[in-house]
Design a binder for this molecule. Sequence first.
Ligand code: GTP
Ligand code: MG
Length: 342
Amino acid sequence: MREAVPSRPAAPSVRGLVEDLLAGDKRAAAKLISLIEDDEPEAAEALALVYPHTGRAHYVGFTGAPGVGKSSLIDRLVRDLRSRGKKVGVVAVDPTSPYSGGAVLGDRIRMADTGIDPGVFIRSMATRGHAGGLALATFDAVRVLDAMGMDLVLVETVGAGQSEVEIAGRAHTTVVVEMPFTGDAVQTMKAGILEIGDVYVVNKCDLADPDVLVANLRFQIEERDGWRPPIVRTSALKGSRIDELADAIGRHRAFLESSGRWEARERARARQEILENARRILATRVREGPTGAGFEALVGEVVARKTDPQSAAVRLLAQGAAATKSQDRRTRPSSRPRARKR
Ligand SMILES: Nc1nc2c(ncn2[C@@H]2O[C@H](COP(=O)(O)OP(=O)(O)OP(=O)(O)O)[C@@H](O)[C@H]2O)c(=O)[nH]1
Ligand SMILES: [Mg+2]
């Protein structure tokens, strides 16, 4: 556990870290993502500095059942995109990993040739217990890679639970990965999967005939907002049709831009993130607990039936907002609440 005690040696200034990041320094990126992962107070300051430099990268979320081949596909895709001259960042979300800065994706995909390649940055994140929730922390990390100058940022989520679907839905492009031999795969698909994909991949085509699954998918997937999600048959193992996947992802970006959907997705994400941050800040204030004479006066009023608990809560929050406003004028852009440590 990190302690923000005065005796701790001074960390390199956040501003310096961000400057290094903007110059493409991978160590700065790694440090900034660690700050986000650990929910350190400096993270808010860093993100405020990073944010104006974001907005160019294409965020691509990958979702699908464990073991379908998401990491393997991303590995192949990174190479394909590099051969097209694109810079690629990867964030792998592992909500249960106890290792801070661990390398769940990296274990399997420790691409020997990408460690020194300045055009690739791969990082897995353990964000269990993050006060702001998985999706928020993940996209904070994605932004770091965006600001670093990556053309695409690929996000791998594990499984297809609620938060994974949420993360995938927040990307510009969502890639849903399936594999052919899971019997009635389409029926066993988690609800929602058929609605969230912009591109579908049937992977492991070297192992089984994908025709039935592809036909089922084609039958069930509907056109949305003028885009009919393509279905790509790949083998990540053999590296086949990875170029088709890269093309499909690129076509989806072009579609988003030409149709105005890119802007719409940006707005949807901004809306969601403002509310999530507000909720998190509020939750922290409530959790830290209001004390003092003002609070006790409110308690007295409720006990005396001069006001009711709900009205008292509304007044309490109004007071809190006023206090915070004057405090924020004196200090940094925002103070990020620390994660509750176990
Ligand atoms: N035969 C075959 N095996 C594959 C293919 N793609 C991935 N695999 C294998 O399937 C296993 C799981 O692949 P991963 O890429 O780790 O799958 P994942 O979806 O990232 O798995 P999680 O991150 O655990 O959800 C590994 O043993 C891969 O080598 C493929 O196209 N064909
Ligand atoms: Mg994986």
